[in-house]
Design a protein around this ligand. Structure first.
Ligand code: SAM
Length: 218
């Protein structure tokens, strides 16, 4: 499995998705197969999103790399993730920010959150990543403000609570758009209390972010 992981990381680097040593090291050390159900583990090192149950997916490795690079992560940061899934992306981010940092990650589907907690504990991230069950479009005000916030599901617009929970100088990355199968990855830099700078990072395809400031349930 290690060789396959190394090959994938090399491929992601040569294709330009991985740009920095810190992202390369993290993706080379976090075992993606341990954040997947047994039936899809043989495919852990294909660059594909794969099913994790409840109609949800583990993100494709290149997407995890793009988000990690664009977040410009540093050691010790306070991070909020919306959409835990089985916990893989949170583990990669936690590996980069180290044990002085913390990742708070919100998942709306309890069975996925429980599984993510177990996966994170089993891989040694239990103390550095906290999984919260709830509607991530509300953010997680208890531990705000955050250096970085990122969404791994797509919202029709940027949820206001997430903008409010960013530190000044902090960055939010989220897939956004009105189409179900195609969205834009948007980066939001908080410049001051009321000023935000937006940047379009290109097209992506994510599952919907369902919640008060996201898509309705049905
Ligand atoms: N971060 C995951 C990984 O490591 O691959 C990817 C997760 S999947 C692409 C997106 C997740 O967002 C799903 O598990 C889904 O249930 C969750 N989700 C959707 N809307 C949400 C919301 N409002 N709050 C929290 N989680 C949400």
């Amino acid at each position: 499995m290690n060789d396959k992981r190394e090959d994938l990381v090399e491929k992601l680097t040569s294709h330009g998705y991985i740009k920095t040593e810190k992202v390369k090291k993290a993706m080379g050390s976090v075992p993606r197969e341990k954040f997947m159900p047994p039936e899809t583990r043989p495919y852990a090192y294909l660059d594909r999103p794969l099913p994790i149950g409840e109609g949800q997916t583990i993100s494709a490795p290149h997407m995890v790399a793009i988000i990690a690079e664009k977040l410009d992560l540093c050691e010790g940061m306070n991070i909020l993730e919306i959409g835990t899934g089985f916990g893989y992306n949170a583990a990669v981010v936690s590996e980069i920010i180290g044990s002085n940092g913390h990742v708070y990650t919100v998942e709306r589907i309890p069975s996925l959150a429980e599984k993510a907690r177990k996966n994170l504990e089993n891989t040694g991230f239990g103390d550095q990543v906290t999984v919260i069950i709830g509607d991530g479009t509300l953010g997680y005000p208890d531990k705000a403000p955050y250096d970085r916030i990122y969404g791994t599901a797509s919202a029709p617009q940027i949820p206001e609570p997430l903008k409010k929970q960013l530190k000044i100088g902090g960055k939010l990355i989220i897939p956004m758009g009105s189409h179900n199968y195609y969205q834009e990855l948007v980066s939001v830099l908080r410049i001051s209390e009321d000023d935000f700078k937006f940047q379009d990072l290109g097209g992506v395809a994510f599952v919907p972010m369902i919640g008060k400031h996201g898509w309705p349930k049905d």
